[in-house]
Design a protein around this ligand. Structure first.
Ligand SMILES: [Mg+2]
Length: 371
């Protein structure tokens, strides 16, 4: 079967991709969220034209070399936007194969439908320690979460807190309120110098925190490694990294204890599997970054069932459409439903989700097709 049509449906935040073949088979994917309208432009300019007419063998997915060829054809444009657009093609093709073989993507890549443990991931720094502790405890009790991540420092904050004293205060309060039975993770989002990260890190250890994410500017590998080596807790990172040579170096040099590629920043599932494999060879667990309730989290659920070095849990954002209005009406049903702290990869072909028809009412449409 040959690709004859590539369509995008986008707003500023989300961009879905539909791939259709001459046999009328189709799959739905998504480009990375945020500035998705820009990614759609790149999709039709630099991804779709190379993909029209692509022959897909029916027996099994065989398109990963095609993805690499696109990057080689566009080798003057190494970077985030091209990969954000490429994710739309990759994830649509996985869905197409899943629908074609009537099997979930998880099963196509060596995993299976199952329940997986999730950690509740807070995205907010504008929240007081008291309010954060209250809402996390409520979610622990109502949804059964056994792990949470919350935020310290400020984003790329050059050692400054969101407001003075917030980091220590939130760590102390949230830790004691959640208690010893809940695993506690924090995220620094590139805030700290090694000196401050190590100082705060020792405090985190005293307060029972097990995971310190992106303590230092993420591009400063030596700083991150210095922090990792000075602390006993796990230092995690890599969410922005999408270049294979960066990943190779990060993993070979053991910059972090846990690697966190983002499927949508990486250019899709196929390239993220490559990162997981590299990490596996160096005995590092992979706990991908998945920071919103769009297809990135669905893809990550399938991915985690399939890799041998899956980390302990799925990142599951606790921010709904009241905080991110653009998440409204993305999918039918409740694909992110949490019971006893677990989400479920269901035995449904492809990614197992359908976009809510209402979502299409207010989006831009574009098409690249064989004429
Ligand atoms: Mg993070």
């Amino acid at each position: 079967m040959k690709i004859i049509k590539l369509e995008t449906f986008t707003n500023k935040y989300v961009g879905f991709v539909k791939v259709t073949t001459n046999t009328n088979d189709f799959g739905w994917g998504q480009m990375s969220t945020y500035n998705a309208d820009i990614s759609a432009l790149i999709f039709h300019r630099q991804v779709a034209p190379w993909s029209l007419g692509l022959d897909l063998i029916e027996e099994k997915p065989n398109f990963s070399d095609h993805l690499q060829k696109i990057l080689e054809k566009e080798h003057k444009f190494p970077g985030s936007y091209l990969l954000r657009a490429l994710s739309g093609l990759d994830t649509a093709l996985w869905d197409l194969y899943g629908r074609f073989h009537e099997t979930p993507v998880a099963s196509l890549i060596g995993g299976s439908p199952q329940k997986i443990r999730a950690y509740g991931s807070s995205m907010r720094r504008d929240i007081t320690p008291k309010d954060e502790a209250e809402r996390l405890c409520k979610l622990r009790d109502s949804k059964g979460f056994s792990a949470f991540k919350f935020r310290v420092g400020s984003e790329c904050g050059r050692d400054l807190d969101e407001w003075e004293g917030r980091s220590e205060e939130i760590v102390k309060l949230v830790s004691s309120e959640l208690g010893n039975d809940v695993e506690k993770l924090v995220d620094g989002n590139s805030c700290f110098s090694p000196k401050r990260a190590i100082e705060l890190g020792k405090y985190l250890e005293d307060q029972g925190i097990s995971h310190f994410e992106e303590p230092c500017p993420y591009w400063e590998h030596n700083q991150t490694k210095e922090v990792k080596e000075a602390l006993l807790l796990d230092v995690a990172g890599g969410e922005q990294d999408c270049d294979m040579s960066t990943w190779k170096s990060t993993i070979e040099k053991q910059i972090v204890n846990i690697v966190q590629p983002d499927i949508m920043y990486m250019g899709g599932l196929s390239r993220t599997m490559d990162v997981a494999r590299m990490a596996y060879n160096e005995s590092l667990p992979c706990t991908p970054h998945a920071a919103n309730l769009s297809l990135v989290t669905i893809c990550t659920m399938h991915f985690l069932t399939a890799i041998p070095n899956a980390g302990k849990y799925l990142e599951l954002s606790i921010e709904d459409e009241t905080y991110y209005p653009w998440q409204k009406n993305l999918f039918l049903g409740s694909p992110f439903e949490v019971k006893d702290g677990m989400v479920e990869v269901k035995d449904i072909p492809g990614w197992g989700v359908d976009i809510d028809p209402k979502w299409f009412d207010n989006c831009d449409y574009n098409i690249t097709e064989l004429n």
